[in-house]
Write a protein that binds this ligand. Structure first.
Ligand code: BG6
Length: 476
């Protein structure tokens, strides 16, 4: 797709469009302490980001078993294949490969698991899209080293990535370095493995951690190309268009400032240097970072494509008295023109077109929508004696968002693919619930841990299958 053969927009999904779905290791695998796996930060986050981390693992943590993908991956991948997936985005659990993060040698049993997953994907002709780090920093790196505040993390991450490229580089073409890298600013423990409570972190600490991640991302981008020629490496950004709440220039400027908070990550990944507005922010706020000459050189290893998640847009206002919105980790205020999901995430399909135009015009790099979907409380019913979920609300949500992807393609954006989030029900990242379901496949497991773990196809399963087989022509 991004090898210079891009043909200009026709208003349809291009040939070879990578349709699929996405998950993350900690939200699906379970087997949290088997196969030689070490603990990750997720093992001390039984309630997601809603409560502070626990000292050690606790049995109420649904992620200990999650949906048991570790044992049921073949069955799940067969269902993805039945839907016609061209690609499957999954993450590798760092602590399955390096149990403590700072180990000298990798855990063979962990690597062998991902070999089996890749074998299964290959069998079905599904292209893997691998996230190297998706909210699952090894706990030892968080607790002993302070997570990404520590420059030593660059070396640990590089060692881990090198092992992945050497082992899987001949079978994996598409790599993402860090999931939603811009969320470190908002969720330092989840995103950066930084154990210090956010209120006690200075902005310098936070931006220094971000700098380390950016350098690490650039260094492994270079490494991927050296070890696995043909590899394509993308950054992954939590995308959220920011609208001014009113036409007041004060609100417009405030919206611009908030948007810069996320643009910066793409700007650095794509252009290889810090943008002027961020340098100004550092100057104005007395933020002085340790940036070496080598770091600057490393950052010049820029990405091949830009991937992002999209769930909602946000409104922004300069009025300090305005209410903060629920369910939004990125700041901003509720948009009075939009409806919200049961978790308060405001639904805005057109925002996806807006953000895709924005990113395409800004970076001129192929885009990949690697997360999008709606978390909802599904109800299992029987239709003709078969358990299913009549999830028309999910079909509507996804249809409306995919129509906007098509619009963005018609606007001229080069788009590599679309992987819906939680193509099978997963444990939610923010609230650690199973009842916040995203999948086309229902997993019989409840928030209290009960359930058979059986898989059932929802109504949306057939719908998505048709979308894929028609290359988007069935969207309305
Ligand atoms: C993204 C994450 O922020 O949103 C996923 O990359 C996460 O890991 C997804 O699951 C949806 O969020 P949640 O909190 O509903 O699971």
């Amino acid at each position: 797709m991004s090898n210079g053969t891009f043909t200009p927009a026709t208003g349809a999904f291009p040939e070879g469009f990578l349709w699929g779905g996405a998950t993350a290791a900690n939200q699906v695998e379970g087997a949290f302490n088997s196969g030689g796996k070490g603990l990750s930060i997720q093992d001390v986050m039984p309630q997601g980001i809603t409560t502070p981390p626990t000292e050690g693992p606790t049995p109420d943590n649904l992620k200990q078993v999650a949906i048991d993908f570790y044992n049921r991956y073949a069955e799940d991948i067969a269902l993805f294949a039945e839907m016609g997936f061209k690609t499957y985005r999954f993450s590798i659990a760092w602590s399955r490969v390096f149990p403590n993060g700072d180990d000298e040698a990798p855990n063979e049993e962990g690597l062998a698991f991902y070999d089996r997953v890749l074998d299964e994907l290959q069998k079905h002709g599904i292209e893997p899209l691998v996230t190297i780090s998706h909210y699952e920093t090894p706990l030892n790196l968080a607790r002993t080293f302070g997570g990404w505040t520590n420059r030593a993390m660059i070396g640990f991450y590089e060692r881990y990535s090198r092992v992945l490229f050497e082992r899987f580089g001949s079978r994996v073409k598409y790599w993402l370095t860090f999931n939603e890298i811009n969320s470190v600013l908002h969720e330092p423990f989840l995103s950066g493995g930084i154990p210090t409570p956010k209120a006690e972190l200075s902005e310098t600490d936070l931006y220094q951690a971000i700098h380390h991640e950016l350098v690490a991302s650039a260094r492994v981008t270079k490494l991927a190309r050296e070890i696995a020629p043909g590899a394509q490496v993308g950054c992954m950004i939590l995308a959220m268009p920011v609208y001014p709440l009113t036409p007041s220039p004060n609100d417009v400027v405030k919206a611009m400032d908030t948007a810069h908070g996320s643009y910066a990550f793409g700007d650095i990944h794509v252009r290889g240097a810090y943008p002027g507005y961020l340098l100004r922010y550092f100057r104005d706020n007395g933020i002085a970072l340790d940036i070496t000459e080598q770091d600057r050189e490393d950052l010049l290893n820029t990405v091949d494509f830009v991937s992002f998640s999209y769930y909602m847009s946000v409104a922004e206002t300069a009025d300090p008295a305005a209410l903060k919105g629920p369910g939004n980790i990125m700041g901003g205020v509720p948009n009075p023109t939009l409806e919200a999901s049961e978790w308060g995430w405001q639904i805005d399909p057109q925002g996806l077109r807006v953000v895709m135009n924005d990113y395409w015009e800004r970076w001129q790099k192929p885009l990949f929508v690697v997360e999008n979907g709606i978390g909802a409380k599904d109800v299992l019913v029987e239709v003709d004696g078969v358990p299913t979920v009549e999830d028309d609300y999910r079909i509507d949500y996804m249809n409306d968002h995919l129509v906007q992807v098509r619009e963005a393609i018609a606007d001229g954006a080069e788009v590599m693919g679309y992987t819906s989030w939680g193509c099978i029900d997963v444990v939610s990242a923010s609230t650690a619930q199973l009842s916040k379901r995203y999948g086309f496949i229902y997993v019989d497991r409840n928030d209290d841990g009960t359930g058979t773990l059986n898989r059932y196809k929802k109504k949306s399963f057939e719908w998505y299958k048709n979308v894929i087989s028609s290359n988007g022509a069935t969207l309305s």
